[in-house]
Design a protein around this ligand. Structure first.
Ligand code: FE
Length: 129
């Protein structure tokens, strides 16, 4: 992918408006609308902003929330940050490489990792193996 944009106007050109609202402005996509929500193919989920490899397909599970959910991330590529917006204490998941907002991490996952990465579909691309 091309070098990471340096300005918000460059980001606007690269991303769709939905992607821009999520990745750059930390908005949340409407649940059950994402293109990758029900994707079950083998491969790698990458950042829609910069192409960084974020979540392997074997980490994906159906959380019933309407957003793609993962029980682990490619640790080096997903950064975690405290997020106190909207009157809640949450952990934000961002792309380390481009600092794009992906979603949030919760500790109520159903698998043995106990983790639930709740990720906006539009912040992701999928590369089939
Ligand atoms: Fe990125």
């Amino acid at each position: 992918m091309n070098p990471i944009p340096k300005s918000e106007s460059e980001w606007k050109k690269r991303l769709s408006s939905e992607q821009y609202n999520v990745l750059r402005e930390k908005k949340t996509e409407i649940p059950f609308t994402g293109r990758l929500l029900h994707n079950k193919e083998n491969g790698m989920y990458t950042c829609a902003g910069c192409g960084s490899e974020l979540f392997p397909s074997n980490a994906k599970f159906d959380s019933g929330t309407g957003w793609p959910s993962f029980d682990k991330a490619n640790a080096g590529n997903v950064e975690l940050k405290k997020d106190f917006s909207h009157g809640m204490a949450r952990t934000e998941a961002i792309c380390r490489k481009c600092q794009g907002h992906l979603g949030h991490l919760f500790d109520d996952g159903p698998t043995k990792t106990g983790k639930r990465f709740c990720i906006n579909s539009c912040s992701l691309e999928f590369r089939k193996k």
